[in-house]
Design a protein around this ligand. Structure first.
Ligand SMILES: C[S@@+](CC[C@H](N)C(=O)[O-])C[C@H]1O[C@@H](n2cnc3c(N)ncnc32)[C@H](O)[C@@H]1O
Length: 200
């Protein structure tokens, strides 16, 4: 098995229609509820949050809401978004007992919230964006991250596709941003995780 870390962003951002069709074919398109590597990824993600509690969290690409549910215990308020209405419904159902979690439909980087956050968690999303959209989104996330706030990115390695699903370039772009200071770097055969803090 070869791990490739050299995949480049797609020429065009993967369309909303692409994801819509995945959810039409399957309620949990990536089997996030049952795959061990996703469950381990979520556990490592919440274990890597430097602070016990956060005031306001933004989670783009929430999919079926499994990480959203885990974050609900650590955050006073969460805005979770996904570009697909079915995913928004699944997440809302997953967190129905948590009134402090808001779930909305939004396509990034076009539809960004007019709010700031002390925590942003973005998992397995950035590698679907074109190079220009990736940089637009990273700048927009940094602008919405409060001074001293934490941004957590977690993305799988390119294990089997060989066609772009590789977190390395996206994490390098985050680590190189002047507004962010690296705090945690986790690198294993399955995924990369970085926690970066907004410089004050
Ligand atoms: C592979 S899933 C990742 C789910 C979860 N964040 C995780 O780490 O397991 C990617 C999710 O992001 C959503 N998504 C992809 N591109 C998006 C975009 N440009 N704007 C908003 N959501 C997007 C998809 O609909 C999908 O639900």
């Amino acid at each position: 098995m070869t791990i490739r870390d050299d995949a480049q962003p797609p020429a065009e951002t993967v369309s909303q229609e692409h994801f819509l069709n995945l959810y039409l074919a399957k309620t949990d398109p990536w089997d996030l509820a049952t795959k061990w590597h996703d469950q381990r990824k979520y556990a490592v993600t919440v274990a890597s949050l430097p602070r016990a509690k956060y005031r306001r969290c933004y989670e783009p690409g929430c999919s079926v809401g499994l990480l959203t549910r885990m974050l609900a215990a650590r955050c006073d308020d969460i805005l979770a978004v996904d570009c697909v209405a079915d995913a928004v419904e699944r997440t809302a159902d997953e967190v129905r007992e948590f009134p402090h979690v808001r779930v909305k439909q939004a396509m990034l980087p076009a539809e960004l919230p007019d709010e700031t956050f002390d925590l942003i968690v973005i998992g397995d999303l950035l590698y679907y964006l074109s190079g220009p959209d990736l940089h637009t989104l990273i700048d927009a996330l940094v602008q919405r991250l409060e001074p001293d706030g934490d941004l957590v990115a977690v993305h799988f390695r390119d294990r089997e596709h060989g066609d772009g699903y590789d977190g390395a370039q996206t994490h390098a772009a985050l680590a190189g941003h002047a507004g962010l200071r690296p705090l945690v770097h986790h690198d294993d055969e399955w995924f990369l995780l970085d926690v970066l803090r907004r410089v004050t």
